[in-house]
Design a protein around this ligand. Structure first.
Ligand code: 9MR
Length: 572
């Protein structure tokens, strides 16, 4: 049985920006337009009009109409939209609509930190917990972690970093994309002149007040971990990065980090992990230089060594089979990671060896923006975005124009996908994979970059409208962000925020993005409860459904990126 979806009038349950697009979707089989009214909190109609019949939506199976009330620019709380006697959830229209989400979506990362106590004064009393994985019993890691048998004969201190998701594994390839997106969000904001909003003392992090932008403090927590995962000089495969560190066996739910009694193990170095390190450490060297030159230099040294090691070991592929006690994160194609790392190293250093690696890569001229979106295993788009946006990249002018145009072309493709759908989602009907909400957010990010590059409003609208989908304008009338919207996810799969399994534990904190609809039905709860679902409806807000309802750093990272973009107030 698919969840009750409530009103057929689907809106962004948080609301709309006064100068942004304001669209809603109505589920209706009516073949003629219907009348709509926008009402303020006191019930007075402040705008009205007719719907547009959109017809069948392939991803959900719904018959849909569209409402466009963008012309209304009044502000306030408690608006509702009424169509055919049916009323939406209430929503706001406000210029500061996304200010709180900008910080909450980043606070998620602080709360996912390993190796540090989570402070009640920063996270809220319900979310405070002791430090996990500092080698204190019953933890067996992460200050001295052995390799899996046969991988190495020494131990490493790989403390810190963020837990990946609902589990307490730490995976370099997923840490890489998430770190890049946080740091890229800051780079973008700096170019837009809005970085003060991510600056020092803007977030609830222990480092606030240290003179460094807080979003960079947060990302540094992971960067330090990523660099600890590098094989030291003098050992076999020096310069490579271990693919991941996690428990020997899966722990149950709930298990708070400091209660984990499983042996932690380092898994075999991989080319993909090494290039994730090279890319993010090179980005680090560029972005942190004004704030901490010594750290930036350390990042660059690590990035260069990683690049050299990956070149020497281009085929150490992480297998899909290594999934006991943690996610596999297998990746058999690493040309995209080579391109991404080369792009970051080139944008940072300007050196010919890295430029040649960029221009010599088949990814440099390929279509790197797929309809389903980039992801942890498909990272060429990240390199392309860096080349297109970082000032002073020394590619020949014609090549740089082509690189930039490729972003706008991709964005136009995503806008076309949105226009073809009842719920304006920037992924195709067959794109509802594990973590589909991150694919939506990643494509929205590309659309937003096209806005930066061209200044054309349709791109800003497309990025904002993608947030509408995540916040309730969808087949399930569901906000996928905890604490945001009247009907929001709250039972995501997590070993500490496990309220559904233990009422003494909290729900996930506000600002956490659920993985979202996944037509693959890849967990027991989904297999039992979602049989026959349409792709966009294959979601259940149940803690057991890790394939539709987990949280993850690589899903919250593009949410945070988009929230910061939406909070920018750079519209017309
Ligand atoms: O996000 C990952 C998704 O792309 C894969 O299809 C899926 C199955 O391998 O794994 C997802 O990542 C999970 C990881 O394996 C373990 N930690 C939680 C991650 C999010 O569910």
């Amino acid at each position: 049985a698919v969840a009750a979806t409530g009103s057929p009038v689907r809106v962004n349950q948080v609301g709309y920006l006064p100068d942004g697009p304001k669209r809603a979707t109505i589920v209706s089989k009516a073949t003629a337009p219907l009348t709509w009214q926008l009402r303020n909190a006191s019930g007075t109609a402040v705008a009205s009009g007719s719907t547009t019949v959109h017809g069948a939506d392939a991803a959900s199976g719904d018959s849909t109409h569209l409402v466009d009330f963008s012309a209304y620019t009044g502000t306030g709380t408690g608006f509702t939209l009424t169509v055919d006697g049916q009323t939406s959830y209430p929503f706001d229209i406000s210029a500061n609509l996304y200010d709180q989400l900008r910080s909450d979506s980043l606070s998620f990362f602080y709360q996912q930190r390993s190796g540090i106590a989570i402070d009640a004064s920063l996270a809220g009393a319900a979310y405070a917990r002791p430090a996990g994985h500092l080698g204190v019993a019953p933890n067996k890691g992460d200050t001295s972690v052995p390799c899996q048998p046969g991988v190495c004969d020494y131990s490493r201190d790989v403390r810190g970093g963020w837990y990946d998701a609902g589990d307490q594994g730490k995976y370099v390839v997923n840490g890489g994309i998430a770190t890049w997106q946080l740091v890229n969000s800051f780079e973008r904001a700096k170019r837009a002149g809005t970085d003060a909003a991510l600056g020092d003392s803007t977030l609830r992090v222990p480092e606030r007040g240290n003179g460094t932008p807080d979003v960079l403090d947060e990302a540094r927590w992971e960067l330090e971990f990523l660099m600890r995962m590098q094989v030291p000089d003098g050992k076999p495969l020096a310069g490579m990065a271990f693919h991941k560190i996690h428990d020997a066996n899966w722990t149950g739910l709930p298990t708070r980090p400091e209660q984990d009694d499983q042996q932690r193990e380092l898994h075999k170095p991989s080319t993909a992990a090494t290039l994730n390190l090279a890319a993010t450490a090179a980005q680090c060297a560029r972005v942190y230089a004004p704030y901490d030159a010594a750290f930036a230099a350390r990042c660059l040294d690590s990035a260069r060594r990683a690049w050299t090691a990956a070149k020497a070991n281009p085929n150490l592929l992480a297998p899909d089979s290594d999934g006991t006690g943690g996610g596999a994160y297998g990746d058999s194609t690493v040309g995209d990671e080579f391109y991404w790392a080369a792009a970051e190293l080139y944008a940072t250093t300007g050196e010919a060896q890295y430029r040649d690696a960029v221009t010599g890569s088949s990814y440099h001229t390929a279509t790197v923006f797929s309809p389903g979106g980039f992801s942890w295993g498909d990272t060429a788009a990240l390199g392309r975005i860096t080349l297109a946006t970082v000032p002073g990249v020394g590619l020949p002018a014609a090549d740089l124009s082509r690189v930039r145009a490729s972003v706008a072309t991709a964005a136009d493709g995503y806008l076309a996908a949105m226009a073809g759908q009842g719920y304006a989602v920037p992924i195709p009907a067959d794109g509802y994979v594990w973590g589909s909400n991150s694919q939506v957010a990643n494509n929205a990010l590309v659309i937003a970059v096209a806005y930066e590059l061209t200044g054309q409003q349709r791109y800003r609208s497309g990025a904002l409208e993608s947030l509408d989908y995540l916040l309730g304008r969808n087949a399930l009338n569901q906000s996928y962000v905890t604490g945001y919207g009247k009907h929001a996810s709250e039972n995501e799969h997590h070993r500490f925020w496990a309220h559904q399994f233990d009422a003494s534990l909290p729900h996930p904190p506000a600002g956490s993005l659920a993985g979202g609809p996944n037509s693959g039905l890849q967990d027991p709860v989904a297999e039992e409860k979602l049989v026959g679902c349409k792709p966009a409806a294959c979601y259940i807000d149940d803690m057991g459904s890790y394939s539709t309802n987990e949280v993850a750093i690589n899903w919250n990272a593009p949410l945070a990126w988009l929230a910061a973009f939406a909070a920018d107030r750079t519209g017309s």
